[in-house]
Structure formats: C-alpha cells, structure tokens
Design a protein around this ligand. Structure first.
Ligand SMILES: Nc1nc2c(ncn2[C@@H]2O[C@H](COP(=O)(O)OP(=O)(O)OP(=O)(O)O)[C@@H](O)[C@H]2O)c(=O)[nH]1
Ligand SMILES: [Mg+2]
Ligand SMILES: [Zn+2]
Length: 278
C-alpha cells in the first residue's frame, strides 16, 4: 500500500492511505531518521520504502511541499526581501507560492494597491483576515501539501488556528499542541483538509538563501521572472544588472520593472556575493 506520513513520534509514524489512518513502524532496512512528515511511503506491516521526494525543508522537517503560503500584513510592515527570497526558494524547490495578505481588516487601500502593483504579475495574491474569520480564500487554496511562512507577528498562528477550528473536530487538543509548541522544539504534523494537507506549524521566518540553496549570484536574475523580457536587452550576456548598458535598468527607469523588486534583487545579489567569500 501507499500512503503519506502525517506525523512522526519517535519511531512510530502516522500514515494516511485512502482516508484511513495507520500507525506503523519502519521495517528493519528503512531508517526512522530517513522518513519525514510529508513523505510518500510504501508499507504493509511496516514502512518498507520511501518514494523519491521532490523537496525537503529542514526547519520544520517537512517533505514534498506543494504550496507555500507567504504571509504578509500591513502591521508589522512587510519585509519584501524575505518575500522575494521565499519566492526564489519556491522556484528552486518546485513549490507553488501564494502571497497571503492577512489583517485585511486593518489594511488601507494604498497598502493593498502597493502589493498588487508590485506582485500581481509574479504570484497569486489572496486577501484574508484571521481576526474576522475571513479565511475562505486561503482554505480554498489548500491543495496538496501546504505550509506557511512569513515574518513574526503577521498572523500565521492565528490563521492556522482559525482554519483548524473550522475544519477539525479535534480543536482542543490541537490548540493545546500549538500553545505547547511555542516553548519546545516541536515536531510538525500534517492535517488533512478537504483538498489537501496543511502543516500545523508556522514554518520559517528567516531565510538565508546561501545556506538553504546553492544558488549562484550569477543566476539570481533568472529567478526574477519579471526581469525576463528586459534581460534579453542587456549588452552583455553575463550582465548582473548593476550598472552600465543594461536592459533591466532601462526597464526600471521606464516603469516596466518594479523599483521595489529591482532594489530587492540588488540586496539579495550582494548577500549571495558576500556569502561566497567564506
Ligand atoms: N487586526 C488583525 N490582527 C490580527 C489578525 N491576525 C492576527 N492578528 C494579531 O496579530 C498578532 C500576531 O499574530 P500571530 O498569529 O501570533 O502571528 P505569527 O505570525 O504566528 O507570529 P510568530 O509566531 O511570532 O511568527 C496577534 O496579536 C494577533 O491577534 C488579523 O487578521 N487582523
Ligand atoms: Mg506563531
Ligand atoms: Zn543587465
């Protein structure tokens, strides 16, 4: 049989297969340390095989992520460098990103149109308010294995709580677990919802690209899809779009590329360059 690992407790795994839950151990040759939540596994009495995974997040340990909800809010103000890094991370790991604007109950028109202007061409944007229970759009977007990321205090835990309150009977135990998780290093659990699974953890808020990937700074602009047309007009093929006769810089001047995105690009480029020195 084939199933997906929903949780892991020491060497006992909870595996879901066709809507049924199995509590099983690995067989002798499959090592506990080599099986992660999100893994697709083959099993009979025991887990006999882990199927090839498309990606693996280290903190929290989670395999085969299909969608990442990148959460921002009007307050605290968005860290757009982090947003861009998460978008790059998604491209590198074959993850579909969704930009979630939370706290729309306190978001002004100006804020919303700023986000739309800079990001609508690059990523799917949804607007919610965990406080008002207005989370329908994110629920509808849970497909495959989903996780959440974003800076501190944007409302990730509030969103998770509010989704599970609506969808799981077992809310009490879950919110206790979420509370408890604040103090301890905790294990991640996937919860099955209508069309997919959602990790009960807030994911990462910091992302050091040079640490989590082997991205070469010379390749960075390839991860800015909004630069694509302009890049073809650079004088040199190896152009890093920092100065000189550069199609990207001209496109920024002509408002065809967002200034915010371009500045983020330059910042991340510097980070990647300096990481190479060590
Ligand atoms: N106005 C408003 N406040 C919200 C909303 N969602 C969350 N908050 C508040 O924002 C604060 C931070 O929410 P959390 O859910 O703890 O944020 P978090 O992203 O999990 O933060 P970390 O765990 O530190 O990463 C809390 O005071 C929430 O009550 C919302 O939709 N509207
Ligand atoms: Mg939290
Ligand atoms: Zn250039």
């Amino acid at each position: 049989m084939q199933g997906i690992v929903l949780s892991k407790n020491a060497n006992l795994f909870t595996v879901e297969s066709n809507g049924e839950i199995h509590k099983i151990h690995p067989s002798g040759k499959t090592k506990t340390s080599g099986i992660f939540v999100g893994d697709k596994v083959e099993f009979e009495e025991n887990i006999t095989k882990v199927l090839p995974r498309k990606n693996l997040l280290i903190r929290p340990p989670l395999a085969n992520i299909d969608r990442l909800f990148i959460v921002i809010s009007p307050s605290p103000k968005p860290d757009f460098i982090l947003v861009d890094k998460l978008l790059i991370y998604c491209t590198l790991n074959d993850i579909f990103p969704v930009l979630v604007i939370n706290k729309c109950d306190i978001a002004g028109e100006e804020f919303l149109s700023f986000i739309t202007k800079n990001y609508k061409k690059i990523v799917k944007i949804i607007k919610i308010s965990a406080k008002n229970g207005n989370i329908k759009e994110i629920e509808e977007n849970i497909e495959g294995v989903c996780a959440m990321a974003g800076q501190s205090a944007v409302g990730k835990s509030s969103i998770i709580n509010s989704i599970f309150k609506e969808n799981l009977a077992d809310t009490d135990t879950l919110s206790k677990r979420i509370e408890r998780g604040k103090q301890t290093t905790r294990l991640v659990t996937l919860y099955k919802l209508r069309k997919g699974y959602l990790a009960d953890t807030a994911g990462f808020s910091l992302l050091d690209l040079s640490y989590v990937t082997n991205l070469d700074y010379r390749e960075l602009s390839a991860y800015y899809p909004d630069f694509l047309t302009a890049r073809a007009k650079c004088k040199f093929r190896s152009c890093l779009h920092e100065s000189g006769d550069c199609g990207v810089i001209r496109a920024v001047d002509e408002n065809k590329i967002s200034m915010l995105r371009y500045e983020n690009y330059l910042r991340i480029l510097e980070e990647l360059k300096s990481a190479r020195k060590y």
